[in-house]
Design a protein around this ligand. Structure first.
Ligand code: GLA
Length: 707
């Protein structure tokens, strides 16, 4: 038998796995400078009284047959038989930092393959594949990836949210039982982003041990953090199956989605930086060396009111402001005058575009911009020719009335004719027009999904992937954005097919600060669409200065979401200014290391990006509300080179005001804003930098340059 203790290692994280007779993770934590498999003897557990007379291993598959009474990793049966598998390792292969463990349960007639990979970034990925070895189908009720975390991981952090308010973090201390989050909406959802973090008490951005996991899956899911009654803890994640939806025929294999896991010994920043690096090196597909172009998206500018002559005027203005990609949103196809009708009828609206789309596209291109367009292929309105011709193409449980969402229904992509129709229509659109970019939307949740009477949520998600994959192969030059009423479909699996996300339909700079910060735990700025919206935000009716809107959109992939033609001169000057500022700094923002800084005053959000070579850094401080204290505490930077000297530069803060007497909050600026200063990296990180008193709903951009 091979050595049954294996260590996977990276510069920051190690994982130690016992492979025989059952696979079990013994350690997932900080990289160990010294290791010998004999060490693991120190972890051999006692057997306690009052419970089973054996040591109960927390196996990789968490089978109840081992005497584990927590939530199992696998549940299923073969007509009520073979329902309690216990897998025994039959073979182990190691290739570099990838381990493949083959296991079997002869009695239950099942094979299990577990793939465990520890990336150089420190990110661990795990997935399981279960194969049915018998003639009769094996019904899968649940199949999860389970990872043990240390007993000291007592705090849990996750996100809640809703439309226009995605990625809102919340925390709890978990002493007993479990914390569960589930999406049954047919998408990763605004409400339950498939991730959770667990860590030592009061773990923060800079401190504490953190174990963060994300399930790469765009459909129904369940994640759990659980404390066993013996004190051991684990996190678990799975695609959530509806009753009866998943069965394995003989020889068929079901793979779990990949679980992405990042351990950090230095707080949430360490976790995020590993995830960001992993994504940049392994998942994000973006033409190398191509900067992310400034967008103009027409949605909040003109909505459904499409007039090609006016759109071309918008394009002229956009180009003059420095926009590099012009995107026509919803409203271009036949009969689409509002959101009550026409989804599914993917033909050009010839009333609006009597000469076709070509003149508009040509115009955009002659202005030196790329062209993008909006689609929502998975949906149909009851008021659409497609629905009138094929009411049976809807994803529905026969006999039950389907509920409308934004006046629309979901198409059943499992019906071959539906798939072919959409492929044909999308191929017409993308093949017959000079299109560089597609905003792919999905605006309705999935209720009672069924194909031929059988639950089909999982199958629908897979068909969505297949449709997108087929189009990507046909049109490899086209970039896709994943949008789902804003941030309803954001995860690593869809990111492997797309180039960026639309995180929220809320362009209110104040709200965006929290949303984008939440998203930054798992995603780097370059995949985060961040648009400057109208002066009067359409989602909240709040009004923000162009400086606050511009700076808030800077730490993402910037765009404009408005009508530049009707904007006033001051606004337009602002758009031009922030597009230029973005172009100046995007390479750094989209490649550097991101830091969220802990601030004693919760009304202040501070984030920095430090170049990989630490020569330059940007710091954005956003004041969300009236500060709690009269003076901000000195801001301690992170990620700089301790031994180097940095010049401090005020890069952008047009809103700043000082008044000698009277009502305003500041009468003199901090000294470095008046007299240029050069300070050591160590000092900036340990002692800090005095900040001006900032007004609520304003921001300041500071730069550091190594001298
Ligand atoms: C969704 C998107 C918006 C916009 C509209 C168009 O709500 O999130 O950005 O594209 O659809 O109908």
């Amino acid at each position: 038998m091979q050595d049954s203790i294996i260590r996977l290692e990276s510069a920051t994280v190690d994982v130690v796995i016992k492979t025989h007779p059952f696979a079990e993770i013994l350690y997932w934590g900080k990289h160990l400078r010294h290791f010998s498999s004999q060490n693991t003897g120190s972890l051999v557990r006692p057997v306690a009284n009052g419970r089973l007379d054996i040591d109960v291993p927390l196996t990789l598959m968490a089978e109840p047959g081992h005497g584990l009474f927590g939530t199992p990793g696998i549940e299923g049966h073969r007509q009520a038989q073979d329902g309690s598998p216990v897998f025994k390792t039959v073979g182990v292969e190691r290739q570099g930092q990838t381990l493949t463990i083959n296991a079997k349960d002869e009695l239950a007639g099942l094979r299990l393959v577990s793939e465990i990979h520890l990336d150089g970034s420190g990110v661990l990925t795990v997935r399981h594949g279960v194969t049915n070895l018998r003639a009769q189908a094996w019904q899968v009720d649940r199949l999860a990836v389970t990872l043990p975390v240390a007993e000291r991981a007592r705090d849990v952090m996750a996100f809640h949210g809703r439309w226009t308010r995605e990625f809102q973090p919340h925390r709890l201390t978990l002493e007993h039982d479990s914390f569960v989050l589930e999406s049954r909406r047919g998408r990763s959802s605004h409400e339950h982003f498939p991730a959770l973090m667990t860590g030592t008490p009061a773990f923060s951005e800079m401190h504490g041990d953190v174990w963060g996991v994300h399930l790469g899956w765009s459909g129904n899911h369940r994640l759990r953090a659980e404390v066993k009654t013996d004190g051991r803890r684990y996190v678990q994640a799975e695609a959530l199956y509806l009753p009866g939806e998943m069965a394995l025929e003989e020889g068929e294999t079901l793979w779990t989605p990949r679980l992405y896991a990042s351990y950090s010994a230095c707080g949430l920043n360490g976790m995020s930086q590993q995830f960001h690096r992993y994504l940049r090196e392994n998942i994000i597909r973006f033409p190398a060396n191509k900067p992310r172009p400034v967008h103009l998206n027409t949605w909040e500018g003109i909505y459904f009111d499409h007039d090609p002559a006016y759109i071309m005027k918008m394009a002229d203005e956009a180009a003059a402001l420095g926009v590099e990609r012009f995107i026509i949103d919803d409203g271009w196809f036949k009969g689409r005058n509002d959101d009550y009708a026409a989804l599914g009828d993917w033909y050009l609206d010839e009333k609006k575009y009597p000469q076709g789309l070509k003149p508009v596209i040509d115009h955009v291109k002659t202005k030196g911009m790329e062209f993008g367009i909006w689609v929502e292929p998975e949906m149909v309105n009851p008021d659409a020719d497609l629905y009138r011709a094929h009411p049976d193409w809807v994803l529905a449980m026969p006999g039950y009335p389907q509920l409308l969402g934004r006046h629309q229904l979901v198409l059943n992509l499992n019906i071959p004719q539906v798939f072919d129709y959409l492929l044909e229509r999308m191929s017409w659109l993308l093949g017959e027009h000079d299109i560089d970019y597609v905003k792919w939307d999905m605006n309705r949740e999935i209720v009672q999904p069924a194909h031929e009477g059988k639950a089909a949520a999982d199958a629908q998600t897979r068909q969505y992937y297949r449709l997108l994959d087929t189009l990507r192969v046909r049109f490899p030059h086209i970039e896709f954005e994943s949008c789902s009423s804003g941030g309803g479909r954001i995860d690593y699996e869809v990111l492997s097919r797309c180039h960026r996300f639309w995180p929220s339909d809320n362009n209110d700079a104040l709200e965006r600060n929290t949303i984008q910060r939440g998203m930054s735990y798992f995603f780097p700025p370059e995949v985060m669409g961040a648009h400057i919206g109208n002066k009067h935000c359409h989602a909240t009716f709040r009004q923000h200065s162009i400086a606050f809107r511009g700076l808030t959109a800077l730490f993402g992939h910037m765009g404009l979401e408005l009508d530049p033609v009707s904007a006033d001169a001051q606004e337009r000057e602002g758009y031009r200014h922030y597009a230029a500022l973005y172009k100046q700094w995007r390479t750094l923002i989209h490649s550097g290391m991101q830091w969220r800084l802990d601030m004693p005053d919760a009304t202040t959000l501070a984030q920095a990006v430090v170049a990989q070579d630490r020569r330059q850094a940007l710091l954005l401080v956003s004041q969300l509300a009236m500060p709690d204290y009269t003076l901000m505490s000195p801001l301690r930077m992170a990620g700089l080179e301790a031994d180097a000297q940095y010049r401090i530069m005020l890069l952008d803060h047009p809103d700043i005001r000082i008044t000698g007497e009277g009502g305003h909050t500041m009468r003199k600026l901090p000294e470095w804003m008046l007299t240029p200063q050069t300070v050591s990296g160590e000092w900036l990180m340990e002692a800090g930098l005095a900040l001006p008193v900032l007004d609520p709903e304003s921001a300041i951009l500071i730069g550091f340059e190594r001298v």
